[in-house]
Write a protein that binds this ligand. Structure first.
Ligand SMILES: [Cu+2]
Length: 333
């Protein structure tokens, strides 16, 4: 058996690939997001939430650019019990009740009108890596029950992290307070099927006041040994629910590493990235890349085309983290 075949087989075994395809064409309205199997319960009927044994996958498709040069964003900080792996529930700190928080998308020169409302039990804040702005003015702590509102304008394109910046920052990020922000260049990139993968880490221990619900283990975090590493908040979700693509079409992955500790070595088994954009897009484009390093707090844009029909794992090639959940499947057909 060829080594690449062995590698793929090992990844498939580690991921326990067993579910139904979960995604479709990001930019073709004729192929909408394919819903997972009927969930055990739903949230007011508007969105599948799955169950703790089988959490619904997070839609990995990149949002479309807004039709306006003014993007109004309002984040509600709240705690939420979320499935971070099948059968594993965690008391998360969130932007808008989800991990990662909503993916934002703007174009260079647009205006972001941002409001943060803190419904939590401690101070929280925001840090947009795409902004060039005085942290002492707008990245300040927002007390429980309070809010902050400010405007800013992105001047550099790329894939960026946003996160809560309240000390200790590692605690707020590891509890789930992070997300991705895409800043498109003024001259748009070529049309492609686009996905967003935000890598994050979960360090868990049993909660003292809620049976079966996990919370942050600070010592595990300081030791850099996560129990789960995830793309978009749930370990192994795109191995259980492969992402559907077509052979030969241009794929674009916005990969952001929230950390707080682990570098993502993003790699698609069976593919080579034709172009990789680090942060400022065109100024740093690389060609012919096998694996791209995305540091904690960083973001990169990966483009590739899959050569033929088949199943292509995507991983962080730091394989302990892939084994712990940072692995998915692209199903090309
Ligand atoms: Cu926070």
């Amino acid at each position: 058996m060829r080594s690449s075949t062995v590698l793929t087989a090992l990844i498939l075994l580690a991921a326990g690939c067993r579910g139904q395809p979960a995604s479709s064409n990001a930019n073709n309205p004729q192929e909408p997001w394919t819903a997972p199997p009927p969930p055990a319960d739903v949230s007011h009927g508007e969105a599948a939430v799955g169950s703790t044994d089988s959490p619904a996958p997070i839609d990995p498709r990149a949002p479309q650019p807004p039709g306006s040069h003014l993007l109004r964003v309002r984040f509600e900080v709240k705690q939420a019990r979320l499935a971070i792996a099948p059968g594993v529930v965690y008391e998360a700190w969130t932007f808008d009740g989800r991990v990662p928080g909503p993916t934002l998308r703007v174009t260079v020169g647009d205006t972001v009108d941002f409001t943060l409302v803190n419904h939590g039990m401690m101070p929280h804040s925001i840090d947009f890596h795409a902004a060039q702005i005085a942290p002492s003015r707008v990245y300040t702590n927002v007390m429980p029950g309070d809010s902050i509102q400010f405007r800013w304008s992105p001047r550099v394109p790329g894939a960026f992290l946003y996160h809560c910046g309240t000390a200790p920052v590692a605690m707020h990020i590891a509890n789930g307070m992070y997300g991705a922000l895409i800043v498109d260049p003024a001259q748009p990139l070529p049309p492609a099927k686009e996905f967003v993968f935000v890598q994050g880490e979960w360090y868990t221990m049993a909660s003292v006041d809620a049976r079966g619900v996990l919370q942050l283990d600070w010592n595990k975090l300081l030791g850099g040994a996560p129990d789960y590493v995830s793309f978009n908040g749930i370990a192994h979700q795109y191995a259980d629910h492969p992402v559907l693509v077509h052979p030969g079409e241009l794929l674009r992955f916005y990969v952001v590493d929230a950390g707080p500790n682990r570098i993502s070595a993003f790699h698609v088994v069976g593919a080579i990235f034709s172009r990789v954009y680090q942060d400022g897009v065109a100024a740093h484009a690389l060609e012919g890349v096998q694996t791209g390093w995305v540091p904690p707090g960083g973001g990169m844009i990966f483009e590739t085309r899959l050569a033929e029909p088949g199943t292509y794992p995507f991983v962080t090639h730091a394989f302990a983290d892939a084994t712990n959940g940072a692995v998915g499947m692209l199903e090309a057909r």
